[in-house]
Design a protein around this ligand. Sequence first.
Ligand code: 13P
Ligand code: SF4
Length: 349
Amino acid sequence: MSNPIVLPDYSLPQSAVPIVHPAELDPMEKVRLRDEIKALLKARNAVLIAHYYVEADVQDLAEETGGCVADSLEMARFGRDHAADTLVVAGVRFMGETAKILSPDKRVVMATIEAECSLDLSCPPDAFEAFCKAHPERKVVVYANTSAQVKAMADWVVTSSVALPIVERLHAAGEKILWAPDRHLGHYIQSQTGADMLLWSGACVVHEEFKAKALFDLKALYPDAGVLVHPESPAAVIAIADAVGSTSQIIRAAAELPHRLFIVATDRGLFHKLRQRNPDKRFIEAPTAGDGATCRSCAHCPWMAMNELRQLAETLRDEAGMAANEIHVDAETSRRAMVPLKRMLDFRP
Ligand code: 13P
Ligand code: SF4
């Protein structure tokens, strides 16, 4: 019989969130940097894989150079299947680690190795290992926003695109689940599936700051607006949503729903793609301040904001920049993390 352990709150305090001010570039400097990065990608037989939350110029550059802009699941697949020698990841570190695990023979560099994720930081491998050991009867399901070491302890890795059907399948098979690290996403999946889920106590510092009361007031001002919410947001915010889903699922919902105006509770980086795909619709940010603003980086992930054109050029310019921002995952961790990652990639709902 296992001893239950009392789980402390592992979420990162707002005081630990970096404040990032992306540099304002003049148009000439932008053109010069974009041309330089294009030439460097070509010379290195490298492909740029960007997340929807990074700045618009980096997203556009990824698409113009044959790379991709995608959610975390599609980024992983794209890198694995691409023939380039080097994958350049504009996103956060767990995305680079996933790319490296899936493509051990490719060189994987981040636009900047400094780009963390508060969910990854809120799940230290040693504490997580103790939690798993205390509950050996449960299937360990971890969100992709975790370190390679945490993934190596899991039975399943999931992203927000596939978490629901995977947990549904496990629940139908009679499995009990140990879930980490995002308590809000975990709570949402639990409420939708009825699965028995023991939740770790991490949170995303960006999504946790959306405020239900202020969203409700905004919705009263725009009664015809649709509300789109990423499931890393608190339950009271999710309760107001017309559609809940991953970044790519939000993009799809914006195109499919009949509303002309949307209030969107996710990182504002996504607005670039939302506006490109729906030029006839309007998008406004869900409120993060309400009556008591607490966020340090409201509605924009500070680590995603580090993925700037200038930084990307510096990384690619010479071997020192490449080496300083390269992702390494040791062979044994990689071998073990590959098992739950492959299960996710092979999963068919
Ligand atoms: P997606 O899997 O929806 O792209 O989300 C990744 C993420 O970090 C959201 O905050
Ligand atoms: Fe992590 Fe939140 Fe940033 Fe996504 S938005 S990378 S979950 S800190």
